[in-house]
Design a protein around this ligand. Structure first.
Ligand SMILES: [Zn+2]
Length: 165
């Protein structure tokens, strides 16, 4: 058995497609570049789902530079159909779509929460326009210290008296 490259005439080892179809792999075999003998499962699933003649037809209708992508797509679709005979790759697409919907809803909730927190921060800043000048003391007796701040010009020495009228 010869195992030289397939470009050296018809005697070379057949591509995966020709091997499965039990035919001679011609030098200009349409399948050979995309279905190498080392990956027999690729053609097997594509043949099972689409049929070899349909694959052949689709490849012939395409310009050569698009055939590789078309084969990847067909292999992907065929494998999905084998895994999930009812939905095929539509099953994968719709489950990804559901994930997108769920994540978008989650994102919208998070964005709404951000807006809500910003509004709250803005309104609390509006209540206390200069939080940095309130000083440490105000932390424990906030009502009193606000009161003191208002009156501090008249009663500078009584700031800490809790019974200050
Ligand atoms: Zn071939």
């Amino acid at each position: 058995m010869k195992d030289s490259g397939r470009k050296q005439g018809g005697a070379a080892s057949p591509c995966a497609a020709c091997k499965l179809l039990r035919r001679r792999c011609a030098e200009d075999c349409l399948f050979a570049p995309y279905f190498p003998a080392e990956e027999p499962h690729k053609f097997a699933s594509v043949h099972k789902v689409f049929g070899a003649s349909n694959v052949n037809k689709m490849l012939q209708e395409l310009p050569e530079h698009q055939r590789g992508d078309a084969v990847s797509s067909m292999v992907y679709e065929a494998n999905a159909r084998v895994r999930d005979p009812v939905y095929g790759c539509v099953g994968a697409i719709s489950s990804l779509q559901q994930q997108i919907d769920a994540l978008q809803a989650e994102l919208a909730l998070a964005q709404a929460e951000v807006v809500h927190l910003r509004m709250r921060q803005l309104s609390s800043n509006a209540d206390n326009p200069s939080p940095s000048t309130k000083g440490r003391r105000s932390h424990h007796h906030q009502p009193k210290s606000l009161f003191n701040m208002d009156m501090s010009t008249e009663h500078d020495n009584n700031m800490d008296d809790p019974f200050w009228p």
